[in-house]
Write a protein that binds this ligand. Structure first.
Ligand code: NAD
Length: 291
């Protein structure tokens, strides 16, 4: 059977790297993987993970999703001349009190997470439409379905990705192109290390003491979530495989069922207040108890 051509963004680490390694290692060589990354100097980790065994199933390309020229150059390097499965995975976080998030940081987050995802889809979509065939998988986040304090702009970018994908999915049904969001909770990757954090030591006067202590509680909550509920990239890869191999993939997949009760409040109590109270209680309990 002809190899499925897969292009994945953000493969220098984390979910993208694991997915690229897994698909390129398929014993039946079912996939030709174009693992793309912004900076090719970081390709060593991927190469070490595949141990040079996959010359006919893996190619590494430079691709910065904030740069249209770089996306087009990557596209023109695909020897098969097509992408059957597009995985929009690259993303970056931004955390901290909103008052300290600079215009530059906010633009960067939106440029990568929202516009980068849209740019990538825009580039590969015409060919998929012509073929009347394709899969678009997007690494989503529970932060795209529910608000999280100190993550306002990150969540806004991921909420926006949800809107873009849902809108596209309606149209693309008519082209036999399946769009799926893989909604992740905490995953053990470089995400926390790579995320942009506001510096609370510098322009500290702009942030009041209550916000500071609530942020401390949030960071503690985040730490606990990663300790207790974080998944490994292999768990996420299994969900991606389910989507890729399904003849009729769903629109949303939730990788971490432990997080569903809270996020489903958004849909059962539609005015939104219950979710806000429940999340606030969960994160800031100590503070509420203190006050
Ligand atoms: P990660 O930081 O290890 O990987 C993100 C990748 O995106 C990196 O390789 C990075 O270089 C790349 N990237 C950033 N900007 C880019 C750009 N302009 N062009 C191309 N690549 C770029 O973290 P991860 O957890 O593997 O993140 C993958 C996706 O998962 C992201 O979209 C993230 O929002 C989402 N996600 C992660 C978590 C988590 O807890 N790790 C939770 C929910 C969703």
């Amino acid at each position: 059977m002809e190899q499925k051509v897969v292009l994945i963004t953000g493969c220098s680490s984390g979910i993208g790297l694991s997915l690229a390694v897994h698909l390129a290692s398929d014993p039946t060589k079912a996939y030709k993987v174009y693992a793309t990354m912004r900076n090719l100097d970081k390709k060593q980790r991927l190469l070490e993970s595949v141990r040079g065994l996959h010359k006919d199933t893996l190619a590494i390309l430079q691709m910065d999703i904030t740069d249209q020229h770089s996306i087009l150059t990557a596209q023109s390097s695909i020897t098969e001349g097509r992408v059957d499965i597009l995985v929009c995975n690259a993303g970056v976080g931004l955390m901290g009190p909103l008052e300290l998030q600079s215009e530059e940081m906010m633009r960067k987050i939106l440029d990568v997470n929202l516009l980068g995802t849209i740019r990538t889809i825009q580039t590969f979509l015409p060919d998929m439409k012509r073929k009347r065939d394709g899969r678009i998988l997007v690494t989503g986040s529970m932060g795209g379905l529910q608000g999280l304090p100190f993550n306002e702009v990150y969540c806004a970018s991921k909420f926006a990705v949800e809107g873009a994908c849902e809108s596209l999915a309606i149209l693309l049904q008519h082209f036999n192109i399946h769009v799926s969001l893989i909604e992740c909770g905490p995953v053990n990757t470089d995400f926390l290390k790579n995320l942009m954090k506001t510096d609370l030591t510098g322009e500290s006067e702009e942030v009041d003491t209550d916000t500071r202590s609530l942020y401390e509680l949030y960071l503690q909550h985040c730490h606990n979530m990663f300790q207790n509920a974080a998944q490994d990239t292999d768990d996420i890869v299994q969900v991606f495989l389910e989507v890729i191999q399904s003849p009729n993939p769903l629109f949303r997949y939730y990788t971490n069922s432990a997080l569903l009760p809270l996020s489903s409040l958004k849909f059962t109590a539609m005015d939104g207040s219950q979710y806000i109270r429940a999340m606030s209680k969960l994160i800031f309990t100590t503070k509420i108890a203190d006050s």
